[in-house]
Design a protein around this ligand. Structure first.
Ligand SMILES: CC(C)(COP(=O)(O)OP(=O)(O)OC[C@H]1O[C@@H](n2cnc3c(N)ncnc32)[C@H](O)[C@@H]1OP(=O)(O)O)[C@@H](O)C(=O)NCCC(=O)NCCS
Length: 282
């Protein structure tokens, strides 16, 4: 079976025109439409224009939209994406039948941009987001964002994105990043704690071997702190290079991550030593 990422042409305008035409057709047939699609939950949804939605794919190019079908009972949950004249479940949009798609691969084609969008906005932003533990989400990436998708056993399971040194911060000013920055990172829940987050961090460090300082975008989630701590424990050579940064990453906007981890652990130890309770005093 060929999945959309393997077969979509690099033609975003053509895609958009086809999606709009399809939407208009459905609108005209609204009263008579009997088209039903089956969801992975077993639920069947009748295609009604009220369950269709055009989502903005890129933060900086709002004209590019993708047609999605939402769950009529929970209109914030996307259940399918319209691509190549059919509806594809979220899991199928993330699948590939190309055996050479394995490991970390740069996002280049339009199909890969769609996979990045779906992983980021639909899977992380909604389906797998648990308020409280992962209480963060990322905005859609800019259209030309440097990013890599992590492919494993025929499916996209994670991604990371980079702000290149010298690229615009995108805050409406002319300021540019002063160092390469590891900006967003995500691993699907079922693939976590298998070293994949670490593999992406390592790939980032290896990509910019010649740079004396590398940034990690602030704020850093507690899970990512765990990844960084483990990574810096095993790679002492990277301790002086990794900084938590606010854009554009001037010296006053950097905190050394290893120092932060070290100080935090010292505080914990102080608490234990002072009270002898084995618990943090804060
Ligand atoms: C952060 C994230 C990318 C980590 O991915 P991952 O593939 O699970 O990370 P790894 O398997 O490489 O973990 C490396 C180490 O950190 C530890 N770790 C990772 N997440 C942890 C968590 N939530 N709690 C405790 N330890 C954790 C692992 O146990 C592992 O240590 P080990 O080698 O001793 O077992 C993933 O949890 C995620 O996508 N979170 C949601 C998005 C997010 O927070 N992004 C970061 C924004 S700054």
């Amino acid at each position: 079976m060929a999945y959309p990422v393997d077969t979509l042409e690099d033609d975003p305008e053509g895609y958009q025109a086809a999606a709009l035409a399809y939407y208009e057709l459905l609108r005209e047939e609204a009263q008579t439409s009997t088209e039903i699609i089956s969801l992975s939950t077993g639920e069947q949804v009748r295609l009604k224009t009220s369950s269709l939605c055009f989502c903005t794919m890129y933060r900086d190019e709002p004209q590019h939209k993708i047609l999605v079908l939402v769950n009529p009972q929970d209109t914030k949950t996307v259940v399918a994406v319209y691509l190549k004249e059919s509806w594809w479940s979220i899991e199928d949009v993330l699948r590939t039948s190309d055996p050479t798609r394995e490991g970390l691969m740069k996002v280049q084609s339009f199909g890969e941009r769609i996979v990045l969008f779906v992983l980021n906005t639909i899977v992380f932003g909604r389906l797998e987001r648990r308020l409280g533990s992962d209480d963060m989400f990322f905005l859609p990436h800019p259209a030309k964002e440097q990013a890599k998708i992590l492919w494993r056993d025929g499916a996209a399971v994670g991604f990371y994105s980079i702000k290149m040194k010298g690229s615009l911060c995108g805050d409406g000013t002319s300021s540019c990043y002063l160092l390469p920055v590891f900006d967003t990172v995500f691993v699907r829940r079922k693939n976590r704690c298998q070293g994949l987050g670490t593999a992406m961090l390592r790939d980032f460090c290896d990509t910019f071997q010649g740079d004396e300082a590398l940034g990690i975008s602030c704020p850093i989630s507690p899970a990512m702190y765990k990844v960084l701590r483990q990574f810096l424990l095993t790679c002492p050579g990277e301790r002086g290079r990794l900084w938590e940064v606010e854009p554009p990453g001037a010296w006053g906007q950097r905190v050394n991550i290893w120092l932060k981890v070290y100080l935090q652990e010292q505080r914990l130890q102080d608490g234990v030593d002072r009270w002898g309770t084995g618990e943090d005093t804060e």
